[in-house]
Structure formats: C-alpha cells, structure tokens
Design a protein around this ligand. Structure first.
Ligand SMILES: Cc1ncc(C[n+]2csc(CCOP(=O)(O)OP(=O)(O)O)c2C)c(N)n1
Ligand SMILES: [Mg+2]
Length: 325
C-alpha cells in the first residue's frame, strides 16, 4: 500500500514516541518515583500505530491495561499523558485516572480498562451509538489473548455480529496472559478462527509489521463502513517487558526475549522506509531527536505540576456525566 511520505514519517515518529514514553515510565518505576502497577506495550508499537493511523479522527478506539500507546498513536499530548499517569492535576483526567483508567476524550479514546473482558462489551455500546448517529464512524477495541478466553469476548462478538455493529474487535496476541503462555491455554492456532463461530470474518496478521496492520485495518474499516458488521482481527506480537514493571519473568527464557527483540517493529519499519527511498537516515534521526525533546518537555511539565487539591477528591468521578459520542 502506497502512503504519502508525510504520513509514513508521522507513523514512524509515533512508534518512536510510544517506545520512548513507555521506557521513561519503566525508568520511573525502577527509580521508585512512579507508584502502582504499570503495564507497558514496548515491542507492540506496530499494533498501536497500525491500528490508529488508518482510522478517522472521529472513529473511537479503546483498549485495556497496556494501551497508553494507542493514545500517542492518535496524537495525544505526551505532557498530559505523563501527568495523568503520575496522578497530577494537569493530566488528561485531572490525575484521577492514572495508567489503567487513562482516557483522552478529545481524541475519541475512551480509555484503558483494568478489567479483562468488559472493554469489548463497552465497545459494543459505543459502536451502537455510532451506528445510530449514522455518520459511518466505527469503534475499534484492543484486548489481549488472555481476555479472548473470557465470556465477554464471546458475548460481545455474538451481539456485535447479530446487530451488525460497526465494531472492530482486535485481539493483541502477545503470547502471554500474565505468566500463562497462549499455547498452554488455547486450543486453536489462530484466535481469529473463533470468528467463524459468530458468522463474521476473522483474520490473523503479523502485529510486528506496521504496514501489514495498517492494510488489514483499512480493509476491515471499509467493510464495516459498508454496513457488513464486525470483523475479528488478531495481531500476533510480543511484549518485551514483564507483564507489569517489576515482573521477574521467571516463566520465559532469555533466548525467547532475544528472539522477541529480533522482531523489533520500529527497526523493521525504519528498514522498509530506507529501502523504499521514503526516508533518509538523517530524516529518521531528526524525528527521533524531536521525540526526545518532546519527552523531556513532558517530564518537566509533569514534575512541575501539582497533585489534585484534596477538596476535589469526590468531583469528576461520574463516568458518563456530560459524555456522549
Ligand atoms: C476479569 C479479570 N480477571 C483477571 C484480571 C487480572 N489480570 C490482569 S492482566 C491479566 C492478563 C491479561 O492478559 P492479556 O489479555 O493477554 O493482556 P496482556 O497483559 O498480555 O496485554 C490478568 C489475568 C483482570 N484484570 N480482570
Ligand atoms: Mg497477552
């Protein structure tokens, strides 16, 4: 698929930004300055950018506990993202969402979700609202391979299929649900094969190849906008870090981790851009430098920002108040 150079470079920059942002969070956890559970999507950048880039700004994208990157892929401001994750009042949710409930409504990204399963049923609600609005927008939801074994996965797919909802169900198969390897808990080779049980198309794609993801999502979006209902897309990828920061990963070998790094989606995309003459080394370096500067600004912005005042502890806690698609 041929895309304009500016779009390709923006995709590269966003992949680099996601990794830099996530790695800076890992450093903060290690330094003890970021408390709580943080699940990072390092290694999964092609999923986030490949899904977000071909969709319209008015399409909705939601995720689970590992999807900060999707919001960066949608163009969210890293300063407000980082401030939110650090619980600062300047964050996207005034510091009350944190990592696992981060939401960026202005980018139609209703957020992460710490409970496995409901993100798909919530997404059906968004898709139903979009269908009724009738402007051809769709709702995409990312969830893990582990979540694909939950009841909500099946219930949500069935309802979306029966009601022909404009819902794109995207299973991010990073091969693990915490410490359980997918091969030990799943009897099918491709999770996308489950789509057949609901009479909808299913497709598995290399989730480390951003262009392959882009193409698959573009095609599925066309089918959904033509009123054909949902598709189940499985993106096979790998997470480079532990399930959460601090996870000793005793359940996998060093060799496996090294093999994952060989599938590096960012290095692969850079190679494609260089080989196809779409970018020079100097252009890619410039983008990496810009990301570094923007990240430093985000760190300074967060450090200088205050925590929410105590008297606001009970405000802004309603999920739905004042919100609609
Ligand atoms: C309903 C529910 N059960 C259990 C958990 C605990 N839990 C958090 S993440 C996780 C594994 C998730 O695996 P997967 O869906 O593959 O996503 P990944 O962490 O690989 O991104 C589990 C079991 C939870 N959050 N919600
Ligand atoms: Mg997983």
């Amino acid at each position: 698929m041929e895309l304009p150079k500016a779009e390709l470079l923006q995709m590269y920059k966003r992949m680099v930004a996601i990794r830099a942002f996530e790695e800076s969070l890992a450093e903060a956890v290690a330094a003890g300055t970021l408390p709580g559970f943080v699940h990072l999507g390092v290694g999964q950048e092609a999923v986030m950018v490949g899904v977000a880039a071909p969709l319209r700004p008015t399409d909705w994208i939601s995720g689970t506990h590992r999807e900060h990157g999707v919001m960066i892929a949608r163009g969210a401001d890293m300063r407000l993202m980082r401030a939110e994750i650090f619980g600062k009042v300047t964050g996207y949710c005034k510091g009350k969402g944190g990592s696992m409930h981060l939401a960026v409504y202005e980018k139609c990204a209703p957020g992460c979700n710490g409970i496995l399963g409901p993100s798909q049923t919530i997404n059906n609600g968004i898709a139903l609202a979009l269908k009724r609005r009738g402007k051809g927008d769709l709702a995409a939801v990312l969830f893990g391979d582990g979540a694909a074994h939950r009841g909500e996965f099946h219930e949500a797919l069935n309802l979306a299929a029966v009601w022909k909802l404009p819902a794109m169900a995207i299973c991010v198969n990073n091969q693990y649900g915490i410490s359980g390897c997918v091969d030990d808990v799943c009897a099918v080779e491709d999770i996308s094969a489950r789509a057949a049980g609901y009479g909808i198309p299913g497709l598995s794609v290399d989730g480390c190849d951003v262009m392959a993801v882009y193409e698959a999502v573009s095609e599925i979006a066309k089918s959904i906008r033509a009123g054909k209902g949902p598709t189940l897309l499985e993106l096979k990828t790998c997470r480079w870090r532990g399930h959460f920061e601090g996870d000793p990963q005793a359940y996998r070998t060093k060799e496996e981790l090294e093999e994952n790094r060989r599938r590096d989606p960012i290095a692969r995309f850079a190679k494609q851009l260089l080989e196809q003459g779409m970018a020079t080394d100097a252009e890619l370096q410039k983008l990496r430098d810009e990301v570094e500067r923007e990240l430093q600004e985000a760190i300074e912005f967060t450090d200088k920002s205050p925590y929410p005042p105590e008297e606001e502890i009970f405000t802004d806690l309603s999920y739905a108040e004042g919100r609609s698609v």
